[in-house]
Design a protein around this ligand. Structure first.
Ligand code: ADP
Ligand code: ADP
Ligand code: ZN
Length: 216
């Protein structure tokens, strides 16, 4: 199954993507995670991405599209993929169409998780991430068993730098409205869109998604 998961920053894309990827045995491809990894390692890609991320802006399309084009050719995508954080504008969506058609693949579903802005701000500012295994927690909504420590791998949890500055959080919400939200119409017209209420609990959101995807 070839799936995209969309929604504003903080909607729960990464959280659900992990559950879906594990349940359906497909890789979770997250452009945000790929960029954060590159920044942490100090690679050329990381140097290009860092200032855009800190400002809450999109990393330039030519960089991002190239990254995804390469990722989708890897053999672990043969049985499908779950893509989180890409595409984020029309240009990326059109590039994705071309990449997939070159690979003789098609999208099966585009999951859209919707959550109102007031809640998104609380979700982003309370988010904690494991730098090792990438598991996502929340100080209040999804706390780790032991404060500051990843339940799964024992690493120290971190707060994303783009989740702390009010200005950056606001920018990300604006960029989403302006650039990414129009894609919902784009995928609706192709009959691929599945809308999911992201204000439910993590488990309820996952159950709603599974009900749409079926056993596949
Ligand atoms: P995104 O990838 O869309 O930015 P995340 O999956 O990282 O979102 O989730 C953002 C924050 O909200 C995290 O701290 C996560 O633990 C929390 N969260 C995710 N899903 C839910 C939910 N259904 N209810 C409450 N909090 C949630
Ligand atoms: P969120 O949890 O806010 O949805 P992500 O982890 O998906 O965030 O992305 C974090 C940042 O990485 C974005 O604000 C942006 O700077 C950059 N980024 C991620 N995916 C893309 C993309 N497809 N195009 C451009 N920039 C991206
Ligand atoms: Zn961990």
């Amino acid at each position: 199954m070839n799936i995209l998961i969309m929604g504003p920053p903080g909607a729960g894309k990464g959280t659900q993507a992990e559950l879906i990827a594990a349940a359906y045995g497909i890789p979770h491809i997250s452009t945000g995670d790929m960029f954060r990894e590159a920044v942490a390692k100090g690679t050329e890609l990381g140097k290009k991405a860092q200032e855009y991320m800190n400002a809450g802006m999109l990393v330039p399309d030519e960089v991002t599209i190239g990254l995804i084009a390469e990722r989708l050719t890897r053999s672990d995508c043969e049985r499908g993929f779950l893509m989180d954080g890409f595409p984020r504008n029309i240009k990326q969506a059109e590039a994705l169409n071309n990449i997939l058609s070159d690979l003789h693949k098609e999208l099966d579903f585009v999951i859209n998780i919707y959550v109102p802005n007031e809640i998104l701000v609380d979700r982003m500012t309370g988010r904690l991430t494991c730098p090792e295994c990438k598991t996502v927690y929340h100080r209040t909504f999804q706390p780790p068993r032991q404060e500051g420590i990843c339940d799964k791998c024992g690493a120290s949890l971190q707060q994303r730098s783009d989740d702390t500055a009010v200005e950056t959080v606001r920018n990300r919400l604006e960029v989403y409205e302006k650039e990414t939200n129009p894609l919902l119409d784009y995928y609706q017209k192709r009959n691929l869109l599945v809308n999911i209420d992201g204000q439910q609990s993590r488990e309820q959101v996952f159950a709603s998604i599974k009900a749409h995807l079926g056993r596949a």
